[in-house]
Design a protein around this ligand. Structure first.
Ligand code: G6P
Length: 609
């Protein structure tokens, strides 16, 4: 989704902004722009398409400071140069870059048109630059504060004022904004990745705060104009973590990082108590005894995080013996949801910024519910506003298609389910078994990754199929949904995930020789049932690819292609069955020459509804 970077200091802002934009590319965007103060005038360059197009359209040796820049993911108005940001007020005094959506922009636009302000774009953002200009009488602070009190909606904003070349202003409501404090320079960005090459000293702007920066100092105020003290944090992030290294794509790098990411998620053993066959998790902010009063669990998330939430609910029900359901955050938010006092909610989000999940979390909290976060990004809004939680420690995930966050989220749910389960019905011996199985997972993932060439060949064989069906049962049903999501996200092939049990109740009409069915069949509760479902497809001449962890004769007969993953307990099997599906989607997209890391229309962090 949209990305923001701003710079104020003695250096030429242009290379800093362009490099910052490139580090924001992963979020997904369709146009980009840069605005500078040059010789006391605003100089704005904007271009539809990739940052490379913007770069090549810039005049040679362009320089200026301070500056702001933006990657836009269109919401209001089509994808073109004019609608890209910065948007400049019609009097040329104020430039702004904006993440989010202004809900009352139509009303404001009418008022501003009456005042004589002109509009060139179709964006809600141009309303902001004109509104600030209309409220501006020489004092930027007064103008910004008055304007944001008139805005309804979500925003992360950074302003330049032509009359104040020593000033950069940021404001936030709902879209993240971070200040980077450097040596006689300051940066403002929507994402720490954009500034980490310049400084590791940061602080967060909270909702309804405005920040004023010059190259040496900062001042943050709230809506009552009171100064808010900020504590500087040190960001613990190495540049190599946000670079591709020797991998052709971030997605492949992140798929291959999963053995390490899973180990980090169980704290390298530090989150496990092997002697007691249980787990310990700091940060939950819940006393162990309080778990006896919890009688139901609801996990929420969106996209891949929602599928991890489904697996989490399955694990908690099975191991912790608690009624647990998963819900899409976007749906829960607008239901008149019942929040029971004995319920515990989990908000699952890699980025910790997904607006649907954040808004659902706030709705639950407003109704008195307790929400724990399962996040990857430390310092993210969900991590900060939740009532406690567990970091998955997967490391930065750059590829739009989520991979390592998924396996790490499942790992954390396993720890939670084990911890609560051990308090209830899981005996120590069984707890120890789960821990042994978990310790063995990273090596088993390695063994699958070592065979990635087999999956590449499989992807090559099926790459011309226009439709795919993904099927599984039980705890692997969400993995089927995730496998289908991965394939459609990056290869644009139509793929749907189904419960293999539900398939015969309608979707079976889709079966044909041209539509391969990918099954996940694991040893356990539903193995025989899945074989039965495969028979139903075979009887209708469907082609079957199977991911299984048991070498069974009938399975071989029914499968046109079979990929065996190492065996593990059924409850841990999603950690292994998902790996070939991720690789399958990846190699299919590569074979079809798609933009793997930045698929069309998608954004990594969706901060609009
Ligand atoms: C977007 C991304 C998905 C991601 C989902 C939830 O739709 O494209 O890959 O799974 O958001 O993101 P989160 O950061 O909350 O896990």
């Amino acid at each position: 989704m949209c990305g923001i970077i701003g710079y104020i200091g003695d250096r030429n802002a242009v290379p800093i902004l362009i490099e910052g934009l490139k580090r924001l590319e992963y979020r997904g965007y369709d146009s980009a722009g840069i605005g500078l103060i040059r010789r006391k005038r605003l100089d704005v360059h904007k271009k539809e398409g990739k940052i490379a197009s913007l770069e090549s359209a810039l005049p040679e040796k362009l320089s200026g400071k301070p500056g702001i820049a933006h990657t836009r993911w269109a919401t209001h108005g089509g994808v073109n140069d004019t609608n890209a940001h910065p948007q400049v007020s019609s009097d040329g005094k104020v430039a702004v870059v904006h993440n989010g959506i202004i809900d009352n922009y139509c009303k404001l636009k009418k008022k501003l048109l009456k005042e004589g302000f002109g509009f060139q774009s179709e964006t809600d953002t141009e309303v902001i630059s004109n509104l600030v200009a209309s409220n501006y009488n020489g004092d930027p602070e007064e103008a910004v504060q008055k304007s944001i009190s008139q805005l309804e909606g979500t925003y992360g904003l950074v302003f330049l004022f032509t009359d104040h070349p020593d000033l950069l202003v940021g404001a936030r409501n709902g879209s993240p904004l971070i200040v980077g404090v450097g040596d006689k320079e300051m940066l403002l960005a929507s994402d720490v990745n954009a500034i980490v090459a310049h400084t590791r000293q940061i602080f967060h702007i909270e909702d309804r705060e405005t920040v004023f920066l010059d190259k040496r100092s900062y001042k943050t105020i709230n809506t009552k104009n009171s100064v808010v003290a900020k504590e500087i944090e040190q960001v613990d992030l190495e540049l190599a973590e946000i670079e591709k290294g020797d991998f052709p794509h971030f997605m492949l790098k992140e798929i291959f990082e999963q053995p390490d990411a899973v180990v980090r998620s169980f704290g390298g053993g530090g989150r496990l108590l092997p002697d007691f066959g249980t787990a310990k998790l700091g940060g939950l902010n819940i006393e162990k005894q309080e778990f006896f009063d919890i009688n139901r669990i609801v996990t929420i998330g969106m996209g891949t995080a929602y599928y991890a939430a489904m697996i989490g609910a399955h694990l908690l029900e099975n191991m912790a013996r608690l009624p647990a359901t998963a819900e899409q955050a976007a749906e829960l938010r607008y239901r008149n949801v019942i929040v029971h006092k004995d319920a515990l909610f989990f908000a699952v989000s890699q980025s910790g910024e997904t607006l649907d999940t954040l808004a659902a979390m706030r709705e639950i909290q407003n109704r008195g519910g307790r929400v724990l976060g399962i996040c990857n990004a430390a310092g993210s809004t969900i991590a900060r506003e939740s009532d406690g939680g567990v970091f998955i420690h997967a490391g930065p995930e750059i590829s739009v298609a989520s991979t390592k966050a998924f396996t790490s989220q499942i790992t954390v749910f396993l720890l939670l389910a084990l911890m609560i389960g051990r308090m209830k019905n899981i005996p120590v011996s069984l707890g120890k078994n789960y821990i042994d199985e978990l310790w063995a997972i990273p090596d088993k993932i390695h063994r699958i990754l070592d065979r990635c060439e087999e999956i590449r060949q499989l992807a090559d064989k099926y790459r011309s199929s226009n439709h795919f069906l993904f099927m599984a049962r039980g705890i692997n049903y969400p993995v089927a949904l995730e496998g289908a999501l991965k394939l459609k996200e990056i290869s644009y092939i139509h793929a749907e995930g189904f419960s293999a049990g539900d398939f015969k109740h309608g979707p079976i009409a889709l079966v044909s020789e041209e539509t391969p069915a990918l099954f996940i069949a694991v040893k356990g509760e539903t193995f025989e049932k899945v074989l039965g479902n495969m028979e139903e497809i075979k009887a209708r001449k469907g082609r079957i690819i199977t991911i299984a962890n048991v070498d069974d004769e009938r399975l071989r007969e029914l499968s046109d292609d079979l990929f065996l993953v190492p065996e593990t307990d059924e409850l841990l099997s999603p950690l292994l069955t998902v790996i070939p599906l991720q690789l399958f989607a990846y190699y299919t997209a590569v074979a079809l020459k798609k933009d793997v890391d930045q698929p069309r229309n998608l954004a990594k962090t969706v901060t609009v509804e």
